[in-house]
Structure formats: structure tokens, C-alpha cells
Design a protein around this ligand. Structure first.
Ligand code: 5GP
Length: 203
């Protein structure tokens, strides 16, 4: 375990409430950094380039990929999504808690690349609620909503591979759950090896 910080992967079906949870988490935890992904998807009406995503062309995405600037990437709904490598490495070296809000294929890659990372699956209370949330968002066509529900079922099947499972019924409770996971993970003996040897050496 070389990283000083904690790398946390948060996955969950589209509409499970990842953004809401993370906005609240940032208010509670000052040491948290949320990675901004690159995507070739078109921005939704309210989305801001450089805040929600870096909205890029496919050609730019491929160039970044080829030059090793992307930590992991996946295709989702016909678009590319990827995590820029540099900020994540920098923040981990600074001892920050870094959160990657990525889908299940990316989560698997991160698990292999960073065995000490932690993965959390955010679950909507039901598929019915998920569908309602997607419809409320009004940013997707009917066909896209059906496709996202089908993808959600596939993702939920893979949730068994995650370390933790949070049901996002009441936002405040779900945020408290993530805070508790972060706190417990930081206290793990395996992350305390440097402190333990320091104590012993100074005894
Ligand atoms: P959306 O289009 O709803 O913003 O995102 C679609 C899915 O792609 C979500 O599950 C989201 O978490 C995931 N995603 C966003 N950025 C990345 C990324 O950099 N890598 C991977 N693997 N998935 C991502």
C-alpha cells in the first residue's frame, strides 16, 4: 500500500443519486476530492464543462488514451467515459480521499490497479423509484430511459463484487453511510503501518 490517501469507487445505476450524495459528502468532508471524468457524451442542459465532466470529442479522448493520460475508461450507452490519471495520483499522494464516480467495468479495472481501493455500490430503493428519477430528469428520451433501466439491472447483478452496499432512500442517511465507510477504512491497521512503525521506533 503506497498511496497515502484513500481511493473510493462509487458506482450505481444512472439515477441512483450519486451526484446528490457526493454534493452532500463534499459539504461534510473537507479532505474529499471528486474526480472529474472525460466523456464524449453530449452535455445535459444543466451540466457545465469542467465541473460535471470534461466534454470532449472522440478524437481528443483517443489521443488522451493513447498517451497514457487515462486511468481507466469504459463505453456506456455508445459514449466513452474515462478518468484522467494525473489528478488522482496527485491527490492520493497528498493524502486525500479521492472518489471516482464510475460504472461497473471501470470499477473492476480500478480494483485490479489499486488493490487497496474501496468500492461502494449505491442502490436505488427500487427499480420503480429509479425509473421515476430518470423520468423526472427529463434529459433522456423514452428509449434511452428503457436502455438505462436494462443497464441498471445488469449493474445491480454485479454489485456483489463491491465492498459496500448503500441503499439511497433518504439522502442524509446514505451520506452518513459513506462517511462511516471512509472513517472505518482510514482506521484499518493496513493503512496505519507507517504510524505503527513510527511509534515503535520512537519507543
Ligand atoms: P452519465 O451519462 O449518466 O453521466 O454516466 C453514465 C455512467 O458512466 C454512470 O454510471 C457514471 O458513473 C459512469 N461514468 C462517469 N464517468 C466515468 C469514468 O470516467 N469511467 C467510467 N468507467 N465510468 C464513468
Amino acid at each position: 500500500m503506497n498511496e497515502k490517501g484513500l481511493l473510493l469507487v462509487l458506482s450505481g445505476p444512472s439515477g441512483s443519486g450519486k451526484d446528490t450524495i457526493l454534493t452532500e459528502l463534499e459539504k461534510r468532508e473537507s479532505n474529499v476530492k471528486i474526480s472529474i471524468s472525460m466523456t464524449t457524451r453530449k452535455p445535459r442542459e444543466w451540466e457545465i464543462d469542467g465541473v460535471h465532466y470534461y466534454f470532449v470529442t472522440e478524437a481528443y479522448f483517443m489521443r488522451q488514451l493513447e498517451s497514457g493520460q487515462v486511468l481507466e475508461h469504459a463505453q456506456y450507452g455508445g459514449n466513452y467515459y474515462g478518468t484522467p490519471k494525473n489528478p488522482v495520483d496527485t491527490w492520493l499522494n497528498e493524502g486525500k480521499t479521492v472518489i471516482l464516480k464510475i460504472e461497473v467495468q471501470g470499477a473492476e479495472k480500478i480494483r485490479n490497479l489499486y488493490p487497496s481501493s474501496v468500492s461502494v455500490f449505491l442502490m436505488p430503493p427500487s427499480l420503480k423509484v429509479l425509473e421515476e428519477r430518470l423520468r423526472k430528469r427529463e434529459s433522456e428520451e423514452e428509449e434511452e430511459i428503457s436502455r438505462r433501466i436494462l443497464t441498471a439491472i445488469g449493474e445491480i447483478k454485479r454489485s456483489i463484487d463491491y465492498d459496500y452496499y448503500i441503499i439511497n432512500d433518504i439522502v442524509n442517511y446514505a451520506v452518513s453511510d459513506i462517511c462511516a465507510i471512509i472513517q472505518a477504512e482510514k482506521q484499518k491497521t493496513s493503512r496505519m503501518k507507517n504510524i505503527i512503525s513510527e511509534v515503535i521506533n520512537n519507543a
